[in-house]
Design a protein around this ligand. Structure first.
Ligand code: FES
Length: 221
């Protein structure tokens, strides 16, 4: 099948603003967006920047917008007409590559004093089976940032609201037996801002309802 693909391009060193480049390819209907991006890179545009790692829906690195919907490029199958953009609302490095580190740091900036608690991933231990089960489920998130990008509250106030990923991190921290009281203060503020619109859960590629579970964990305290 013929695929017409408009790909967002932006190089901060040479472009004042973004633009689209169009590529037409012959493709198999079973190919994914990542397959197409790799072919464009190989056959047409070796300077095109996009990110991926596992290629099998495990790492979340390949998240992009396709026809205005967030998705994992290695999961979503192609259509005859494609418009591929970077995730909106997050710092952009080049073309389709967002700055994941800055996106994470933006959340941590709103949680002063608890960043070292992220090390609970290494030291967490509990005798509570329900907490253990919740923690295991909450850590299945692979931090693709699609929820963060899709959240309308985060889009309105990225400097004030930690967003769905921040809520997930707080829920993980809240289950740490050695958690700090500050986590609950941050959680209260985050829960106040969250409108429970469910958009984040709707775009989450994880099979478990991780974001609902995070809210539930914090709401139950
Ligand atoms: S490349 Fe890892 S999830 Fe797509």
């Amino acid at each position: 099948m013929n695929v017409k693909c408009d790909v967002y391009r932006f190089d901060p060193d040479s472009d004042a603003q973004g633009r689209y480049e169009t590529y037409v390819l012959d493709a198999e209907p079973t190919e994914t967006i990542l397959d197409i991006l790799r072919r464009i890179y190989r056959d047409f545009q070796p300077e095109l920047s996009f990110r991926f790692a596992c290629g099998v829906v495990k790492c979340g690195e390949c998240a992009v917008m396709v026809n205005n919907t967030p998705c994992l490029a290695c999961e979503r199958v192609i259509e005859p007409e494609l418009k591929i953009d970077p995730l909106p609302g997050l710092p952009l490095i080049k073309d389709l590559v967002i700055d994941r580190r800055q996106a994470f740091e933006r959340i941590l900036k709103l949680l002063p004093g608890v960043s070292t608690m992220l090390q609970i991933r290494d030291r967490w231990e509990s005798v509570d089976p329900d907490a253990t089960d919740r923690y295991v489920q909450l850590t299945r998130c692979f931090e693709c940032l699609m929820c963060q990008s899709a959240c309308p509250v985060f889009a309105d106030m990225p400097e004030k609201f930690v967003g769905p990923l921040g809520i997930l991190w707080l829920a993980q921290m809240s289950l740490d037996p050695k958690t700090d009281a500050a986590v609950w203060q941050y959680a209260e503020s985050a829960l106040d801002s969250c409108t429970r619109c469910g958009i984040c859960a709707g775009v989450c590629p994880c099979s478990e309802k991780i974001l609902d579970l995070a809210l539930d964990t914090l709401e139950k305290g």
